[in-house]
Structures are given as structure tokens and as C-alpha cells.
Design a protein around this ligand. Structure first.
Ligand SMILES: [Zn+2]
Length: 234
């Protein structure tokens, strides 16, 4: 926990320093938007393509893992997940089997909500040695009861400004400008598929297109508009 807090502070200070230099001429008064790069569903390409591309740019990612999917076709293995942790990336719980937790809440099935969250967290802890601090909601669906149950399982629920990238009509620069215009302090850029043949929801057109997405973020970071850092949405 301490290591994560320090990483946020260091990255933020460096982006703020860049911003300060520019502010002499451009009169920036708003701090850089804190941006977390997240990857949902434990797609194999996250390990084999996204992790090295993030590292080339000096970034860490947040990878949201469905424990029943680990080791199945097209998905990461536990060895992959352990290596990601070793390399400083963060793993979030994304439930045991990617169920709609809001639907379970409406049906009054709190035991199954608890099992989906707790068993996922326990499995991640057993396999990696690290208990996750975050719950990523399947389909981004939730109710206040879901958030409360997650808390009792020792995880905070990711609820802030999730913006999907991949096969979407959305630009990095426009999204960041819009969030800054709203004075948002943080956001979460979410990716599922990296390339069509690798699986995952709404993938980018190619690995090159995914790298272009990262390079667009890099430009925004150089301009002092964002700071890529761990998720701090609570
Ligand atoms: Zn998902």
C-alpha cells in the first residue's frame, strides 16, 4: 500500500513539475489529470503485448482478472499474472466468473455476490501473494449493496470515469480535454482486446493502432495534461 502511494506521489510530482514549467507561459492552473491505464478480463495479449509496450514508456498497468478464466484459451496464466506483479503492475479482482453483480443484488443473492468477490480475491492472493485492493465491476454494473459487500471483502470498488478504448469512436486528446474542462481529477482508460485475432471485447484494429493509442497518451503526458499513475479513485 505504501509503495503504491509513493509511486502516485512521485509520478504526480514529475508531471506537476513539467506543468509548472509550461505554466509560466500558458497559465495552466489545473493539475494534470491522474490517468490509470486498465485492462479488463485477463486477455493473453495483455501480458504478451500490453505489458512490454507499457514498460517501454515507463508505465505500469492495472489488470482486472476473472479468476475462472485464468489458464483458459486466449487468457493469461497464473505464471503470467505472477510475473506482472513481480514487474510492478497491479492486479484487480474482476470476480470469479464475470457475473452481473447488480442483477444478483436485485435478486437478493448477497451470498453469491460475496462469493464472487471474496473467492476471486482469495485466489489472487493465494497465487500471487498479494491481496487485491480494487474490485473491477463486470459490465460496470453495481448497486450500493454491491459496493458495501465489496468493502466487507476488503476491496474498494472502481467507479470513477471509466472510458473504453479500442474499437470505439473516441479520441485520447478530446477525451482528456473534455475531462479537464469538467475539472475531473482522475480517470481510467480501459482496454479489452488489443488486436482482433487475440480476442477480447472491441479490440483495436491492430497492434500498431494500440501502440498509437499509447503514443497519443504519451503526447498528452508530455504536454502536462495527464499523469499516468496507479488507480486512486477512492
Ligand atoms: Zn470485464
Amino acid at each position: 500500500m505504501l509503495a503504491v502511494g509513493m509511486a502516485v506521489g512521485a509520478a504526480f510530482a514529475s508531471a506537476a513539475a513539467n506543468n509548472g514549467i509550461k505554466s509560466a507561459n500558458l497559465v495552466y492552473t489545473v493539475s494534470p489529470l491522474q490517468l490509470t491505464l486498465t485492462f479488463d478480463d485477463g486477455i493473453k495479449d495483455h501480458y504478451s503485448i500490453a505489458v512490454p509496450e507499457l514498460e517501454k514508456r515507463g508505465w505500469k498497468g492495472l489488470f482486472c482478472i476473472i479468476t475462472d478464466k485464468v489458464g483458459t484459451d486466449g487468457h493469461v496464466t497464473w505464471d503470467d499474472v505472477r510475473d506482472m506483479v513481480k514487474r510492478g503492475h497491479e492486479i484487480a479482482a474482476h470476480t470469479v466468473s464475470h457475473v452481473d453483480l447488480a442483477a444478483l443484488a436485485r435478486a437478493g443473492n448477497t451470498n453469491e455476490i460475496r462469493r464472487q468477490v471474496a473467492a476471486c480475491c482469495e485466489k489472487i492472493k493465494t497465487e500471487t501473494g498479494v491481496y487485491p485492493r480494487l474490485l473491477c465491476l463486470p459490465f460496470t454494473r453495481w448497486t450500493p449493496a454491491v459496493v458495501d459487500i465489496a468493502k466487507t471483502c476488503g476491496v474498494e470498488t472502481m467507479l470513477v470515469n471509466r472510458n473504453c478504448f479500442g474499437d470505439f469512436d473516441r479520441r485520447v486528446d478530446a477525451t482528456i480535454d473534455e475531462l479537464r474542462a469538467r475539472n475531473a481529477e482522475r480517470t481510467d482508460f480501459l482496454v479489452h482486446g488489443i488486436r482482433p485475432e487475440g480476442g477480447g471485447w472491441k479490440p483495436f484494429a491492430s497492434v500498431e493502432a494500440f501502440c498509437g493509442y499509447l503514443d497519443d497518451i504519451r503526447e498528452q503526458e508530455k504536454a502536462g495534461k495527464v499523469c499516468v499513475c496507479p488507480y486512486g479513485g477512492f
